[in-house]
Write a protein that binds this ligand. Sequence first.
Ligand code: FAD
Length: 300
Amino acid sequence: MLDKKSFEKIVDLEVLFDEQLSHYTFTKVGGAADILAFPHTTSALTEVLDLARKESIPVTVLGNASNLIVRDGGIRGLVVLLEKMNAIRIAGYTIEAQAGAPLIEVSNIAQAHALTGFEFACGIPGSVGGAVFMNAGAYGGEISQVIASCKVIDQAGNLSVLTRDQLVFGYRKSSIRDNHLIVVSAKFELTSGDPRQIKNEMQKLNDLRASKQPLEYPSCGSVFKRPAGHFAGQLIQEAGAQGHRIGGVEVSQKHAGFMVNVNHGSAKDYEALIAYVIEAVEASSGITLEPEVRVIGESE
Ligand code: FAD
């Protein structure tokens, strides 16, 4: 097993051992990571991945941990959190952002530079890498519409750049996910706009979000994908599951598509509530909801 000394040679890397992931996840649930690493640079990231590969240690990469339920037994091996790789650069109409840069920050910078096209992401609390991985989107916009290219690391540790035509996106999925790639950075191609209009649009979207979503509680956003021709929240309401609580986790009273951690809930509560809702919706409508959120790690 790797210890503190094993990582000393890698510069620009912070490492914690047996660290509770509930401190980092938006749901506030999740057991400990054996090793939690925070690379500040691409070379620190590649070096720590090389080390794990050499030692045959499993690796889990996280962005902002906003679309995850980490189970209560935590994650074995190495967890890499990319939040410190967060540089954002502007060149003309292009924004290049490292994987750990918050989408909210990217949209603020785009607005400040009179660039339009990224407004849809102004309230999505994920990182650039996590957003590319799952083709995040809202209010008619999604990552696939603005991405020009992204830099990735494959399972063998090779770095390469994939252009837009080499990437495949679908509803909340991408070829990054299918090919087990790690996003290091992404370039977004935007167009010229009026900063005041962009700001107004962002304000409008954020007001809408705050009025509809239970942002005052820990959650992972929409738990389920939108089934074709339906809305998950509406199906859950019609199934009578809104407000249902298991342990400390509840189907939000404000938005039935969200599950909120209202009272020291656990990942076990989340998983049980997800199973309950899927069953209730199946029974009432015949439709099987598919989780959008990723459930990872080990049960206690
Ligand atoms: P994480 O949760 O850290 O990871 C999610 C998955 O992506 C994991 O499997 C992880 O391994 C993988 N991953 C993360 N970074 C990388 C990387 N660099 N390379 C490869 N794989 C990586 N989503 C929407 O699409 N639209 C919304 O409107 C929306 N609203 C939300 C509102 C709230 C209140 C919350 C809590 C969440 C919301 N989300 C929404 C979900 C979430 O913010 C997005 O899915 C976001 O893109 C996830 O990014 P992340 O960095 O948090 O990913």
